[in-house]
Design a protein around this ligand. Structure first.
Ligand code: ADP
Ligand code: MG
Ligand code: MG
Length: 890
């Protein structure tokens, strides 16, 4: 096979083989854009090297062949003493990967060719500057010398001369510096800086190959789920020089504003500079628009090229370019990163320009971006005092008083204060404090730190790893650069989307996108926010094409109404347990303590009208749409007083000899119901089978509510009754028999046909494995993927996220918690086979999912692919699910 491709041979679709950078350099070359000639060594060559520890045998000859062709084109030879060709050696994998090796520029320079370069360019200073850059970059990235050693020598040279910036060093200074750099290399590596140009090139190529397997690169890949065996390509590109004086320079540009999506001239330019100088911030850059005044012909050409690239890639592109003595060169382009808001605006703009169609527009945005746009944000117009910047770990805008330990967080929040929990890093002991806080700020740890993982799981604002902020938990204060001290109780504001930390209260404004979904802002209005207009259009595209329906998890009329405004097509999960709390708790106690059938029936009789009233409201809010009501699921002890508290109360009372009879019985019951593993204990359908009359009462409440809506209100209730935690069809059969009897009674009494359906959750492995049998007795399945994940993995969701998940994420065992994104290979494959088996028994079986996964983008795609009918998620997630269902179908 062929291991080397000239830039003229590749194209943008060959990213697997040529890497992103190489494929796009080839694409630009073939578009006739001014790209310095060069060639790309393929990822295949890298793979052979990584597998065998040796470059493929044919590689050297192929490289020689392409190098000779390049030399012929350029009319000079690599490193030739009197007229040297210089090249850059640039890494470039299929996916851009921070933490991989940097590019080495000016390969081919040596003690011999440096004067040739000086003559060629007529510029002595430039030649020595290029040489010192080569030794510095090569020393650091290829030979592994500590880069600080070079930086220090450079700083010292500037100091000695009394100048501030590198351009003020002259040829003699730089020549001197080259000598020092060579000494550093010799001292640190035990060998001289290689003078032979081809050896320089080969060593650099090998270093790029090796960089694929650095620890940082491996970790990054595991976390981003990039396969470890792709390898990287290497680009050899003839050098052009931006450091040849004021008529030269280097810059970066975007074809539109990556922050707003607006078309215009965005970028930075730096005169007399090379390579990374622009982004390294060594001197102040000028805005790209200023290039027009500096070099009009190059500027005009660049604008022309930017238009060509946008039309060609049909998307926002970012660009790296260099001007050498008035001649423009393109060094890189790719489809550029953008903010969430810009993604939506650009997608609709491109549709309007006729560059892409609606289906493609849907692929240009995603649910994570939409979710980001739905968080409240800080008022952009507010005056703020920023005191630091952290890693944006979990979005949102949080304001509160600084507290430095979890105990204080809980105490203050109980007394009604809003607090921000500030820690160096968090650990499982901080959980209560994190729950109590508005937001979390840490000075250590990255996106997978404990704080970040747990906060994201809770949907709580979090910024982490603010290294410039010094947290002193003993003295209860935080010190920011400039000596600003934040004491306990001082108000701080943190922005989980940007990572910025402010002193004082920054006013928060609701997201315009939420205002729009809530119906308080209309996309059609003339003055409507551009972003809202774009979101409105994209949502319309998604709704038009999606096959999956989207329902809400909602337990009360208020949530149901909001869900409906957000586009819910029904309720996929109404939990009934909250209907047993508050003042009704006492009735539940009576139910549990009942000694006789009569006592029990009386307690149930009291609960019935209350439950019924809840359902009437819910059916009204969702009139005409399906409402799946799940019968009682959690273990009963959750409705009883805490065992310790009650024991203490009883013990105290006994010591005073006035123990209350009821408390004693309650305590007995609590002891009796106490379980080591409540999650695997007496709950769900098991309760219904053990407590006579409980499920019958709930079914009656549902049926009577439906009858009332139908008769009295002429409504259209569409209730579906769902049985939780079924493991075998026999359980379901017994419950169904009783439910059907109750429903028939209600129907007779009210003279209506309620068309109630009865189905089950599939949330135990055994249910999934016997889904074919269970379907005999079920009108629908709803996959409870939270419990299914717990039971398939043997993870307790309430415990593991805060304990060992951080370690698992750091080690790359999974890139994301299986409670967040469905584990396709394990849990997902059970869902798939259960869905197939269920439909084999009963082709019209309705299939849905009601775990947290129902609102997770990646999971939604999976459920679409498996062929479910709907996903159900929390009201706030509904727009995300609609969008992703559309993207999955488009
Ligand atoms: P990265 O992937 O880090 O962006 P690049 O390979 O794009 O690394 O190189 C970084 C910078 O080095 C480029 O933006 C460009 O300014 C400069 N550079 C790379 N190759 C050349 C070249 N052949 N001539 C001039 N400058 C180059
Ligand atoms: Mg680059
Ligand atoms: Mg469950």
């Amino acid at each position: 096979s062929k291991f080397v491709y000239d830039f003229t041979e590749g194209n943008k679709d060959l990213k697997d083989l040529l890497g992103g950078k190489g494929a796009n350099l080839a694409e630009m070359t073939n578009l006739g854009l001014p790209v310095p000639p060069g060639f790309t060594i393929t990822t295949e060559a890298c793979k052979v090297y990584l597998d065998s520890g040796q470059e493929p045998a044919a590689l050297r000859a192929e490289v020689t062949e392409h190098l000779e062709a390049l030399e012929a084109t350029m009319g000079k030879k690599l490193g030739q003493a009197d007229n040297p060709l210089l090249v850059s050696v640039r890494s470039g994998a299929k996916f851009s990967m921070p933490g991989m090796m940097d590019t080495v520029l000016n390969i081919g320079l040596s003690d011999a060719s440096v004067s040739g370069l000086a003559t060629q360019a007529g510029d002595e200073r430039f030649a020595w500057d290029s040489y010192r850059r080569l030794i510095q970059m090569f020393g650091k990235t290829v030979l592994g010398v500590d880069g600080d050693l070079f930086e220090e020598a450079l700083e010292e040279a500037k100091r000695a001369k009394g100048v501030r910036v590198d351009v003020d060093l002259d040829a003699a200074d730089l020549k001197n510096l080259v000598g020092q750099f060579k000494d550093i290399v010799a001292k640190e590596t035990g060998r001289d800086f290689p003078q032979e140009p081809r050896e320089q090139m080969d060593l650099a190529v090998r270093a790029v190959f090796d960089s694929w397997n650095t620890d940082r690169a491996k970790l990054y890949r595991r976390q981003e789920r990039i396969p470890g065996d792709l390898g990287t390509a290497v680009n050899i590109c003839s050098m052009v020089f931006g450091n040849l004086g004021p008529d030269s320079g280097t810059g970066v540009a975007f074809t539109r504003d990556p922050a707003s999506g607006q078309q215009g001239v965005y970028g930075d330019y730096l005169q007399n500079a090379q390579g990374e100088d622009v982004v390294a911030g060594i001197r102040n850059t000028v805005p790209l628009a200023d290039l027009e005044g500096i070099d009009k012909p190059s500027y005009d050409e660049l604008m022309q090229i930017m238009e060509t690239l946008e039309t060609h890639y049909k998307d926002l592109c970012d660009i790296e370019f260099t001007i050498e003595r008035g001649k423009l060169w393109m060094l890189q382009t790719r489809v550029g990163k953008r903010t969430a808001g810009a993604a939506f605006r650009i997608a609709t703009q491109l549709v309007d320009q006729g560059l892409i169609d609606e289906a493609e527009a849907l692929q240009r945005v995603n649910g994570a971006q939409l979710a980001q746009l739905m968080f409240p944000r800080f008022d952009e117009n507010a005056k703020t005092q920023q005191i630091g910047r952290a890693i944006a770990a979990s979005p949102g805008a949080a304001v509160g008083k600084a507290v430095f330990d979890s105990y204080t967080a809980v105490k203050w929040s109980r007394s009604g204060e809003k607090v921000i929990l500030i820690r160096r890093e968090t650990n499982p002991d901080d959980l209560n404090g994190m729950i109590a806080a508005e937001g979390i700020l840490t000075s250590r740890g990255g996106k997978t730190s404990h704080a970040a993982v747990v906060a994201r799981g809770m949907g709580k604002t979090c910024v982490c790893g603010a290294e410039e902020l010094e947290v002193d938990t003993k003295r209860r204060c935080l010190t920011a650069p400039g000596g600003i001290v934040v004491e306990e109780g001082d108000v701080v504001s943190i922005d989980g989307s940007s990572g910025k930390v402010y002193l004082g209260e920054v006013p928060v404004v609701p997201s315009p996108v939420v205002e729009y979904f809530e119906g308080r802002m209309h996309a059609g209005a003339d003055d409507a926010d551009e972003l809202v207009k774009a979101v409105h259009r994209i949502m319309a595209y998604a709704d038009r094409v999606r096959r999956l329906r989207v329902r809400a998890n909602a337990d009360n009329a208020e949530d149901a109404a909001r869900a409906r405004r957000f586009g819910a097509q029904g309720i996929g999960l109404c939990r009934t347990e909250h209907m047993f709390l508050g003042e009704r708790r006492e009735m539940v106690e009576r139910l549990i303590l009942a000694d006789t059938d009569a006592d029990r029936e009386a307690a149930l009789g009291d609960l019935l009208p209350l439950q019924k009233a809840d359902f009437v409201e819910l059916f009204e809010a969702m009139d005409g749409l399906p409402v799946t009501v799940r019968l009682l699921d959690p273990p009963l002890h959750e409705f009883l007083p805490d065992i310790t508290e009650l024991s203490v109360r009883v013990a105290l009372a006994e010591s005073r000899k006035d123990a209350n009879e009821n408390d004693l019985r309650l305590l007995q019951a609590v002891h009796k119901l106490h379980e080591q593993n409540p999650m695997l204990g007496l709950r769900g359908v098991r309760l219904g089978l053990v407590i006579p009359g409980l499920f019958a009462m709930q079914v009656r409440a549902i049926a009577e509510a439906a009858a009332e809506r139908k008769n009295a209100a002429k409504g259209d209730p569409r209730a579906e009754i769902m049985i939780p935690l079924v493991g075998t069809v026999q359980e379901l059969e017994i419950v169904r028999e009783e439910a059907e009897r109750v429903i028939a009674e209600v129907e007779r009494a009210h003279g209506v046909d309620l068309k109630l359906t009865l189905g089950t959750m599939i949330e135990l492995p055994r249910a999934a494995l016997t889904a074919g049998q269970i379907a005999e007795s079920a009108d629908f399945f709803s996959f409870g993927t939270n419990d299914l994940t717990q039971t398939v993995w043997g993870f307790s969701r309430d415990d593991v996220e805060a304990s060992f998940f951080t370690a698992y994420l750091e080690k790359g065992i999974f890139g994301v918690s299986p409670f967040e994104t469905i584990d396709k290979d394990g849990v997902g494959s059970l869902v798939r086979s259960a869905a197939d088996a269920g439909r084999a028994t009963r082709p019209d079986l309705k299939l849905g999912v009601c775990g947290e996964h129902g609102g997770d983008p990646e999971s939604v795609h999976f459920f679409h692919e498996v062929g479910l009918d709907y996903v159900s998620c929390s009201p706030f997630r509904i727009p995300v699910a609609r969008l992703e269902a559309g993207r999955a179908a488009a």
